[in-house]
Structures are given as structure tokens and as C-alpha cells.
Design a protein around this ligand. Structure first.
Ligand SMILES: Nc1ncnc2c1ncn2[C@@H]1O[C@H](COP(=O)(O)OP(=O)(O)OP(=O)(O)O)[C@@H](O)[C@H]1O
Ligand SMILES: O=C(O)[C@H](O)COP(=O)(O)O
Length: 400
């Protein structure tokens, strides 16, 4: 584990502490649908509040690309956060500038303010030194509790650690410890399931993953680009044709590395992406031009579950279908339940991670039966690949 300072080493009473957390929580119609990421940061926030810190909470939501996008405001998260924390949390409409500075100045010991989405500024993702300086002006101490954002070298997740005395929060510590314990020397066969919708940012990661795992099951929106790359028609499904070459390279690399790739052989398709839309199961080579693949089909579920029976370790990021919209949760739920049963029987060590993956595991009542559930998705995948995560590295190299 990285050698970093923790809250045990920080003297925070009466001091302005900037805490980077991950509030990129699953949301539907402006309501938080899974609060796992909120629950995991409570120990840090409670400890800081009890120690008399004046807490400025930094977080992002969605991918607004450096512009204020009202639908990606963090305001709807204030209520659930305050409720779970058990104390009021103020809100500032900007994370830098006069409003943010005034909000921080107004805090008493033990009080907290949530600052608006850091990604509303281009400087966040660019890790722009001027933007980092404007954030740093708000605090005297920096705590990074967002393991799930540690793969991003952004201003609030990396840059700040070089500007302020930096510490790991309790969630950051706990995630690194739990993942290390579960997966440092995984028993084989090691199987990974990667699904979900963040195709452009996660597909490239699979090139390394295939050299580390014995089996890679690809589902969700991620599978469609691979199917397309193999000349299979995916109709109106989520697909990134520009990444077809990358997908083919990954398949070739997997072949060379002896990693078995499992793609869906059938799918649940619909012509409308809506709850209870008319849908049907089709063979993967029978997807029509106006069909959307929204879940894996029953034959694919059976193949995945059979492979899990002969696996010793499972790592899973990304749901196998659009699980928030019934009935397209069926594939994800069936596989999650089977993995959880194998895990409960001691036949499989199963670790799942990711904002929506956690919600999907909870929907399947599988989360409690998994060995460990991480809040991290992309960061989890990069950690499994053995990459150094910039947000973690910055904590261990800080000079103050
Ligand atoms: N076939 C599909 N078509 C469209 N969307 C899909 C499909 N399969 C899965 N999804 C969507 O993928 C989303 C989750 O993907 P994502 O990659 O963000 O996973 P995650 O667990 O949240 O990981 P991270 O924490 O990195 O975001 C869900 O909203 C789900 O509806
Ligand atoms: O959901 C996540 O995995 C983290 O919040 C990071 O989000 P990002 O993939 O948009 O950087």
C-alpha cells in the first residue's frame, strides 16, 4: 500500500479542510437511487466534524466537459448527504471564487459546505495550475477520500495534493486495504466481467486486463463495440465504431495471452428504451437495424454462470444490461445472484466495483454476499491492472 499520511496525522481543529469525495452517485429524476458512495465517506466527514474541522466538500457529478450544466449540479445530493451525516450541510453554487470563499469563511468548527461540481470548470480535468491555486485558496489542509476518482489526475483529485498538506481519508484507506487483502494474490482461474456504458474510457483498459486474467466476460454497452468489430450487426445499440480497431487489437492480445474472451451469444432487444418496452430475445446475429441491445440473453447468462462455477476469483465492473430500466436488469441480476451464491458457499471470491455496479448488486441482493464491494469502477479496473493511480501517488509524494 502507498505510504501516505492519514487522518491520524492531521491536526484539523478550527482549520479549513478540503475533502475530495466521490458523489457521482446513481440518480434518477433528481433523486439518489443508491447511496453507497455517500455512506462510504461518512466516517471521514464525521471524524473531521468531531475534530472541529471546517469542511469544504469537493466532488464532481457526470461529465459536463468544463461547462455548468444544471442537470449535473450537486445540489440534489445535499439533502441525502446531510440526512445520512446527521448534521446540516450548506451548499455553494461554485467551487471557486467569491461564493466559495464566502461559504468557507462562514463555517464554524465542525460545520460543512458542499461546493458545486468541480467539473463545471475546464481547469478541473486539465489539472490546470491556476484552477488548482483557486481551489487551494479555500483550504489549509487537503484530504482525499475518493479512491474511485484516484485514476483521474484532475485538479481536485491530484493537483491539490501538491499544494496543501495532504492526507488520505478513511474510505481511501479502507478501499486500498480491502482490495489488497482480497486480490493481491488471486486464486485462479481469475475471471473478470466488464460491462456498463463508459465504453470510450474503459475499453482501452481491457488491453492490459487480458494479460492479467484467465477469462474476460464482456457485456453491457461495452460488448456492442466488440461485436461490431467482429462484423456483427448491433442495430441502434450503444456502440463506438471508432474504437473497432482497438477492440480487434484487444481480442488479438487476449488470444496471444491465453485469455478467453466471452461475448454475448444472444441478447434482449427493444425498439424503445423505456420501462417495460416491448422486447424479445434474439440470437446475437439476428439484431435488426432498429433494435437496441439492452441486456444479455438467457443463453449468455447460462454461459457466464457456467464459467463462474469453474472460476476461483471474480472481479466485476459494469452491469450486463441497462439494469435501471425493467426488464433489462434480468441478466445482471441472474449473474449477480449466482456469483453471490458461489461466494456464500466459499467456492468463489467475488469483488464488484463501480457506482452503478454497486447499485445493480444491491438490486440483486448480492452485495452483502460478495467478498467485497468497492465504490470504484474505472479506478478499480486500473488498480487491478497494477497501474499507479495518480490520486494515490500524489498523496505519497506530497511535500509540504
Ligand atoms: N446494453 C446497454 N445499453 C445501454 N446502456 C447500458 C447497457 N448495459 C449497461 N448499460 C448502462 O451502463 C451504465 C453503467 O456503466 P458504468 O460503466 O458507468 O458502470 P459503473 O459501475 O457505474 O462504473 P463507474 O463507477 O466507472 O462509472 C448503467 O447506467 C447501465 O444502464
Ligand atoms: O464513477 C466513477 O467511476 C468516478 O466517479 C469517476 O467518474 P469518471 O469516469 O467520469 O471520471
Amino acid at each position: 500500500m502507498a505510504d501516505f499520511r492519514t487522518l491520524d496525522d492531521a491536526a484539523v481543529k478550527g482549520r479549513r479542510v478540503l475533502v475530495r469525495v466521490d458523489l457521482n452517485v446513481p440518480m434518477k429524476d433528481g433523486r439518489v437511487t443508491d447511496a453507497t458512495r455517500i455512506d462510504r465517506i461518512l466516517p471521514t466527514l464525521r471524524e473531521l466534524a468531531a475534530s472541529g474541522a471546517r469542511i469544504g466538500i469537493l466532488a464532481h457529478f457526470g461529465r459536463p466537459k468544463g461547462e455548468p450544466v444544471p442537470e449535473m449540479s450537486l445540489r440534489p445530493v445535499v439533502g441525502p448527504l446531510a440526512e445520512r451525516l446527521g448534521v446540516p450541510v450548506a451548499f455553494a453554487d461554485d467551487c471557486i471564487g467569491d461564493e466559495a470563499e464566502a461559504a468557507m469563511a462562514a463555517l464554524g468548527d465542525g460545520q460543512a459546505v458542499l461546493l458545486e461540481n468541480t467539473r463545471f470548470h475546464k481547469g478541473e480535468e486539465r489539472n490546470d495550475p491556476d484552477f488548482v491555486a483557486r481551489l487551494a485558496k479555500l483550504g489549509e489542509i487537503y484530504v482525499n477520500d475518493a479512491f474511485s476518482c484516484a485514476h483521474r489526475a484532475h485538479a481536485s483529485s491530484e493537483g491539490l495534493a501538491h499544494r496543501l498538506p495532504a492526507y488520505a481519508g478513511r474510505n481511501m484507506e479502507a478501499e486500498l486495504k480491502a482490495l489488497g487483502n482480497a486480490l493481491e494474490r488471486p486464486e485462479r482461474p481469475l475471471t473478470a466481467i466488464v460491462g456498463g456504458a463508459k465504453v470510450s474510457t474503459k475499453l482501452a483498459l481491457l488491453g492490459n486486463l487480458v494479460t492479467r486474467v484467465d477469462n474476460l466476460i464482456i457485456g453491457g454497452g461495452m460488448a456492442n463495440t466488440f461485436l461490431h468489430a467482429q462484423g456483427i450487426k448491433v442495430g441502434a445499440s450503444l456502440c463506438e465504431p471508432d474504437l473497432a480497431d482497438t477492440a480487434r487489437e484487444i481480442l488479438a492480445k487476449a488470444d496471444k495471452a491465453g485469455c478467453r474472451i466471452v461475448l454475448p451469444t444472444d441478447a434482449i432487444v427493444a425498439r424503445e428504451f423505456a420501462a417495460n418496452a416491448a422486447h424479445r430475445a434474439v440470437s446475437i446475429d439476428a439484431v435488426a437495424d432498429d433494435d437496441m441491445i439492452l441486456d444479455v440473453g438467457p443463453e449468455s447468462v447460462m454461459a457466464v454462470n457456467t464459467l463462474l462455477e469453474v472460476s476461483k476469483t471474480l472481479v466485476w465492473n459494469g452491469p450486463l444490461g441497462a439494469f435501471e430500466t425493467p426488464p433489462f436488469e434480468a441478466g445482471t441480476v441472474a449473474v449477480a445472484d449466482h456469483a453471490a451464491n458461489l461466494c456464500a458457499d466459499g467456492r468463489l471470491l467475488a469483488v464488484g466495483g463501480g457506482g452503478d455496479t454497486v447499485a445493480a448488486l444491491a438490486m440483486a441482493n448480492a452485495a452483502d454476499r460478495f467478498t467485497y464491494v468497492s465504490t470504484a469502477g474505472g479506478a478499480f479496473l486500473e488498480w487491478i491492472e497494477g497501474r499507479e493511480l495518480p490520486g494515490v501517488k500524489a498523496l505519497s509524494t506530497t511535500v509540504c
